[in-house]
Ligand binder design. Structure first.
Ligand code: ADP
Ligand code: MG
Length: 369
């Protein structure tokens, strides 16, 4: 086995919020340029290297263009299973990066400059569809995973858990999941808003609920052209992962520990599927990588994880619903883009270090020649 470093996640450090500034939090995370992130505090001083780092001054557009998101959309149109993951602790900017501040206030539409990776990708997708004479059939599904239960965020009525099934032809799929066709930006943005609103209002402890659940918006792209081979069906999936922070044990009820367990389980399974810690002995969970997309501009992480013929992949799909749902993206011919979100505040130091370690782990991917 030879470990090769193929790719690293994109890092996004958000600015200090007004509250953080007001209470005097120090900024302990600095971008040094060339993909280096420096964390400095009294007892910690560490530098991490990644392919792309966006700091507080980076615009939403810069993140879209510089992370490789546009290329990911194009690959999805070409028939690949593409996934973008946003991870990091609660409040680190995952939802902001994916959707912009619009998710925080439905009444006032966000300024176009603040739209997130999702809306920018939809625009790009619809432009491409139009330029191809609208031969792309587009539909969307929106799910959340909370305590290892899968719920449909698009279906009306009270949220109920849907069963996850497996079939030879479809792989893992969610039974009775709604998939809604759309042809305009307004239509897909409205689906996104409806779904995110449902995600937030489906529990009493609103904030906690959304930060303890994973949300997956998947765009299915099918070519209508008669000449297209039937296998040419791409997907573009946006995953807003549950906050990666440890749920405090103090005063934790049974419910809290169930939550913590299921989140830990899915993040761990995902981490394993991304590779193992550099320097650790060969584990059973490494992804054999035979090729990766070499042409995207330097400065972002897109890796093509291709399953070599006749070889077994050891992705721990069974470990969690999240990895089962993402089986196609994590193995097969999936292409993933990872965005690690970071708060610069001194109060978040330990979670920041843990996110950076988690992100570093995604760098080491193994090939089995
Ligand atoms: P998460 O989804 O990781 O819990 P949010 O996306 O909700 O975090 O962000 C937490 C807060 O920080 C929000 O008020 C959000 O508007 C703000 N924020 C996050 N990222 C940025 C950014 N890059 N620029 C400005 N504000 C940001
Ligand atoms: Mg969020």
């Amino acid at each position: 086995d030879t470990s090769v470093s193929l790719s690293t996640p994109t890092i996004r450090v958000r600015p200090l919020t007004c509250t953080e500034t007001r209470r005097g939090d120090q900024q302990v995370v600095h971008s040094l340029g060339d993909g280096a992130v420096h964390v400095s505090a009294a007892r910690h001083d560490a530098t991490f290297g990644f392919s792309a780092v966006f700091d507080a001054g980076a615009s939403q557009e810069a993140v879209f263009e510089g992370s490789g998101m546009r290329q990911l959309v194009e690959l999805a149109i070409d028939g690949f299973s593409c996934t973008v993951f946003a991870f990091g602790q609660t409040g680190s900017g995952k939802t902001y990066t994916l959707m912009g501040p619009l998710a925080q206030s439905e009444t006032q539409p966000a300024s176009p400059a603040l739209l997130g990776l999702m809306q920018r990708s939809f625009t790009c997708l619809l432009e491409q569809s139009r330029s191809r004479g609208s031969d792309l059939a587009l539909s969307a599904s929106y799910l959340e995973i909370y305590n290892e239960q899968v719920r449909d965020l698009l279906s009306p009525g009270p949220p109920c858990a849907l069963p996850l099934r497996w079939s030879k032809t479809r792989g893992f799929y969610v039974e009775n999941q709604l998939s809604v066709e759309f042809e305009s930006l307004e239509a897909i943005v409205s689906l996104l808003l409806q779904g995110s609103q449902r995600r937030r209002t489906s529990a009493h402890a609103l904030n906690r609920h959304s930060s303890r659940s994973h949300a997956l918006l998947t765009i299915h792209i099918r070519s209508r052209a008669a000449s297209a081979c039937p296998s040419k069906q791409g997907t573009l999936c946006f995953v807003d992962l549950a906050g990666s922070e440890r749920v405090k044990e103090t005063g934790s009820s049974g419910e809290l520990s169930v939550e913590a367990n299921s989140i830990n389980r899915s993040l761990l399974a995902l981490g394993k599927s991304w590779g193992t810690r550099p320097g650790s002995p060969a584990g059973p969970h490494r992804i054999p990588v035979t090729s990766f997309v070499a042409h995207p501009p330097a400065g972002h992480c897109i890796s093509l994880l291709a399953k070599p013929r006749g070889k077994r992949t050891h992705i721990p799909y069974r470990d969690s619903k999240l990895t089962r749902l993402l089986a196609r993206s994590l193995g097969g011919s999936g292409i993933t883009l990872m965005v690690a979100c970071i708060s610069p505040s001194s109060r978040c130091l330990s979670e920041t270090l843990s996110t950076l370690h988690y992100a570093s782990r995604a760098r080491s991917v193994t090939t089995r020649p």
